[in-house]
Every structure is written in C-alpha cells, then in structure tokens.
Design a protein around this ligand. Structure first.
Ligand code: GLA
Length: 411
C-alpha cells in the first residue's frame, strides 16, 4: 500500500511523531510469508525510501548531500535456506514466486533497470557472497513495499537495504549501517548495472527520525541535522509527477562521465575539490560549454548544501526555500536533468506560496519537493494538480514527507 492518492495530498503523520514504524510492524508481511512458504519467517526487516532535500548529482563527485528517509518503507520477511535456492516473492507484483539457483547468479546476465525487480534482492545476495560474508547461499524472501516505485524516491535502495539487513542479520551478522549501504549499492552498481552514487542506500540505511542526513560522500562522515517541520508550522510536500525515470538509460551515466572528464581536465581528483572561489578561473580552462555548465552546477550545488546545512543548524528552516529553488534552476539549465512536468510542479508550487521547491533525485521525471506552510498543503497540492490538468499531464500524486527513521528489524 502506498499512502499516496491520485487527486490530492495524503498525510503520512506529523513530522515530530517519534519513530515512524508502520502500524503493522511487519506482522502482515510475516503472515503472508507463512502462507506462501508454509513456515514463519526468521524475521522481518524494513528500509525506507528517501527524499533528497538538496545536493543533487554531487554524490558521484565526492560532494555533499542532504537526504532524509521517508516514512514509507519496504519490508522483507526472510528465512535462510541451505540448498542453494533463492525464492523471492513480492506482494506488489503479479510475478508469483521467482526461483533462482544461487550458484548461477551472475551480473553479466542480470535483469537491467527497474523492470527486473527480482534482480535487486538477487543482486544483494550475490554482493554479500561476493564479499565472502558468511551468509546462507539461499533464502526465502517475501517483500511488501509502501515506497512508490518509479517516483524517484529510491524504492530500489529501500529494497536493497532491507534485503541486505535481512540476509546478514538472519545469519547473525551485525554489520554497521554504512557497510550495509555499501553492499546494497554494490548490488545496484555491479549486479543491476545502474552506476548510482552512495546517497540513496546511505539515506535508507543510516537516516534518523526527525533529521536530515548531511553526508560527505568522500569520507562518509555523517551529521544528523534536526528538521522538525511541524514545530515550525512547515511541511515538505512531495509531488510525484508520474513521469517514470530510468537511470539505466544512459543520461545519468553521461552526466557522470562528463563530470569525471572535467575533473581530470582540471587536474582534480573530483569536482568536490573545486571551491566556489575557483569556479570562474576553472571554467575559463574548459573549452566545452556543456562541460562548463555541468561543473557550474556541481560547484554551486555543493555550496548550496553547505548553506542549507548552516541554516538548519541555526534553526532557520524557512530561509532554506530560496536555495531549494536556486538548486532547481541549476539542475534545469546547467545540468539539464529536469523535464516539463518537474518544472511545472516547481513553478506552480512556488507561485502558490511555497518557500522554495525543486526536483529531487536523479531527474528526467520522478518527484519534486516543496517547502510549504503546513496549512497550505491542500491549496498547493490543488494548484499543482490543476496546472497539470491544464497542461494535459497525467495527474500528479502528492504526499507530505516527514523525515523518518532509517532501516531496522521489525519482528
Ligand atoms: C540517483 C542516484 C544517486 C544520486 C541521485 C542524484 O538517485 O541513485 O546516487 O546520484 O540520483 O543526486
């Protein structure tokens, strides 16, 4: 079940409501597992989707990101098997039970992109075994997700992180959360074939309730900054444009390659090493206008993350709004990863009173985020829905996202 609607906003609970464990706390998923496989699971684990407040496309440039975990989670009920068979079932697809021979899991023949959903849990088991971790070379898994798929809210990271926790903790291993994130990302990079950075899996594994995660993607140093919207009378409205994005399609990889080529041309390890004060001089040394625009986005975006983090630390939440909107303009014009639906969502939300708004995630579709007065939620959502209708776009879904807890064991 997703707590989203096709026509208007759906509340996901107040921002300051303590740990956001789903009401079922895994019992529904455990019951379904038992009916499916004939025995109770060894446990149920959950991991959330994420929204990135700001810091987009900076993670593969060793830069800074500021994501938070959604209340919506993916639950994985799991039991180990000892016969080399991996069985996977999802309550959210009609695929039935997918049965795989673990010894034949092979990145070269894995399903590509989000369509092959079973590739994510299969890739995680492959990554754990490839890292020589003492997990069982087989399992029964049943998956149930609240994270909207294809909405740029990291449903794949949620599935990977929940599976990695399930398979390691069922085997009695207690890996650190960053290590769980690293293994989950390896599954996505090496098995599924999406060259994503470290942000999504780290947010899902490491975020804490009521906070955004300030992550230095080079050192992996974490700072958990309070973001209590409700106390300020604010809300974060997520607008899912319903334009599905597929990071495996090459545009993401091209942005990444362009950044790495620019860093090399400038003699830097990564664009993170270029400070705002050195930007103009560096741009003068790059001949390609497209590369210059990409570099400008990364350098200014890292700076915006620092400025948003400083405002949050000072408790000045509202004042982050203009920086969010500036970030959107940079992603639209310099990084060229927006689309008409995202631009319309941002323009309409800000015209309807949002303090700021931006696309969030990889782009080319997915979701936008708007910082609004909590009481304006219905009005902003209605304005966006009406603007989409006037433009002939598919009706967007909206939800209010309160920063929530990262992954954990439910039962
Ligand atoms: C996707 C990737 C992340 C990050 C964002 C853009 O979500 O999975 O690693 O690069 O795009 O910020």
């Amino acid at each position: 079940m997703t707590r989203t609607t096709g026509t208007g906003p759906a509340r996901t609970g107040p921002a300051s409501s303590g740990p956001t464990t789903p009401r079922t706390a895994g019992s529904r998923t455990a019951g379904e597992f038992q009916r499916l496989y004939g025995a109770a699971p060894e446990g149920v684990w959950a991991a959330p989707g994420r929204v990135n407040l700001i810091g987009e496309h900076t993670d593969y440039n060793d830069g800074f990101v500021l994501p938070f975990a959604l209340p919506q989670r993916t639950e994985v009920a799991a039991s180990r098997r000892t016969d080399g068979i991996l069985r996977i079932h999802s309550a959210d697809t009609r695929s039935g039970v997918v049965t795989l021979d673990v010894s034949s899991l092979d990145p070269a023949h894995s399903p590509k992109g989000a369509d092959g959903w079973a590739g994510y849990p299969a890739g995680v088991l492959w990554a754990l075994l490839d890292a020589d971790l003492p997990v069982s070379a087989g399992a029964d898994l049943h998956i149930r997700s609240e994270v909207p798929a294809g909405a740029g809210l990291s449903s794949s990271a949620a599935l990977e992180v929940a599976t990695a926790l399930a398979l390691t903790e069922a085997a009695g291993l207690r890996l650190s959360r960053p290590e769980v994130a690293r293994l989950a990302r390896r599954a996505e990079n090496a098995y599924v074939g999406v060259p994503c950075g470290v942000m999504d899996q780290t947010a899902s594994a490491c975020a804490t309730d009521g906070h955004v995660l300030h992550l230095d993607t080079r050192t992996l140093a974490e700072r958990h900054l309070p973001f209590d919207c409700a106390a300020e009378g604010l809300a974060l409205l997520v607008i899912d444009t319903r334009v599905t994005h597929d990071l495996a399609d090459g545009a993401y990889a091209r942005r990444r390659a362009s950044c790495h080529a620019a860093a090399a041309a400038l003699g830097l390890d990564a664009l993170r090493d270029l400070p705002p004060a050195g930007l103009e001089e560096a741009l003068g040394r790059l001949a390609d206008p497209e590369q210059r625009a990409r570099v400008r986005h990364i350098v200014t975006e890292n700076d915006r993350v620092a400025r948003v983090a400083a405002l949050l630390t000072a408790g000045r939440l509202r004042e982050t709004g203009p920086l969010l909107t500036e970030g959107h303009v940079s992603l639209r014009d310099d990084y060229e990863v927006s689309c008409p639906e995202l631009d319309l969502a941002v323009a309409t939300a800000t015209a309807a009173g949002a303090y700021g708004a931006r696309m969030t995630g990889g782009g080319f579709g997915g979701s936008a985020l708007a910082l609004i007065d909590a009481e304006a939620e219905a009005a902003v959502a209605r304005a966006v829905t009406e603007a989409f209708a006037r433009s002939g776009f598919t009706s967007p879904r909206t939800l209010v996202a309160a920063p929530s807890a990262g992954a954990g064991r439910l039962a």
